[in-house]
Design a protein around this ligand. Structure first.
Ligand code: ZN
Length: 290
């Protein structure tokens, strides 16, 4: 059955004990507006709270995994008030930096943290492009399977901001490659992402769904409580390296950049770096060819 295009997130159960949450705004290349992110969060909560589900797959419909945050959303702060927040942030209509700080605490860094800590294995199946906020739908997952056509980009420096909000770059890529990735705002392809350890496997595009499901079914044969415990142990090892406190710093610097851009340009980002949702100046020629 084909779901209506207005359903931004699909929830499927493709095998026993396996849930699949599918990004379904292909007409926008799965751009993330407020409603999309709450729907995604609700779907993950549903899978997390269903004791029959042991493994959660995150996949995408359309040519690309996600083009990132939907910069065309006209009233993101107003939209916040149409949802029941999952954290305790408020002040979404406040002036100055307050509303944006609250919004990003809730739906960007807050959501990503809680998705990372879902006490069940999560697997992202990524194809096409994943840009900036797009990375924030895959990096919180435990395992990432990339199609051979997958490409990754964080062009936020070109837009006057120092990296996407969920600042996992140093842990995902290593310190040197994280700097190169951010400084140049160049694409990272699936093979290089695999070499760096950012993705677990690269498979032909046509095999992505079956490969991911087979792995999910293999994991789903294990006892769920042991899966929960070992996930928490690995996450704790990463947090013992200072991940959380480092991310508090990067998030504060991210908001310094937003505040700076509001003063300098009247926008959260430097408009000279905005070349459309799938392109930066550096990558415009490459993207225009597609
Ligand atoms: Zn931001």
């Amino acid at each position: 059955m084909t779901a209506p295009a207005s359903t931004p997130i699909l929830y499927e159960t493709p095998a026993p004990h396996v849930a699949r949450v599918v990004l379904n705004r292909p007409e926008t290349r799965n751009a993330q507006d407020t409603a999309f992110l709450y729907a995604f969060n609700d779907a993950l909560d549903r899978a997390a709270q269903d004791d029959d589900i042991k493994v959660i797959i995150v996949a995408a419909n359309g040519p690309h995994f996600s083009s990132g945050h939907d910069l065309r959303e006209s009233d993101g702060h107003g939209a916040m008030r149409r949802h029941r927040t999952v954290e305790t942030w408020s002040g979404f209509g406040k002036p100055g930096a307050e509303a944006q700080f609250a919004r990003e605490k809730e739906i960007y860094i807050g959501f990503c943290e809680r998705w990372r800590n879902i006490p069940k294995p999560t697997i992202a199946a990524v194809h096409g492009k994943a840009i900036a906020g797009g990375l924030m739908l895959m990096w919180p997952c435990d395992i990432i399977i990339a199609a051979d056509d997958a490409q990754f980009l964080d062009q936020t420096v070109a837009m006057g901001v120092g990296g996407a909000e969920f600042f996992m770059h140093p842990w995902e890529l290593g310190v040197r490659k994280a700097k190169e990735f951010l400084f140049t705002a160049d694409w990272l392809d699936a093979a290089e992402a695999h070499r760096l350890g950012m993705v677990n496997h690269v498979v032909p595009r046509a095999e992505l769904e079956a490969f991911t499901l087979a792995m999910a079914e293999r994991i789903a044969k294990k006892p769920l409580f042991a899966l929960k415990l070992v996930k928490e142990a690995v996450n704790a090892a990463q947090d013992a390296q200072g991940r959380r406190s480092a991310m508090q710093t990067s998030f504060a610097l991210h908001h310094l950049a937003h505040a700076h851009n509001m003063i300098a340009h009247g926008k959260l980002v430097d408009p000279s770096g905005l070349m459309g949702p799938m392109a930066t100046k550096a990558n415009a020629a490459k993207t225009a060819a597609e």
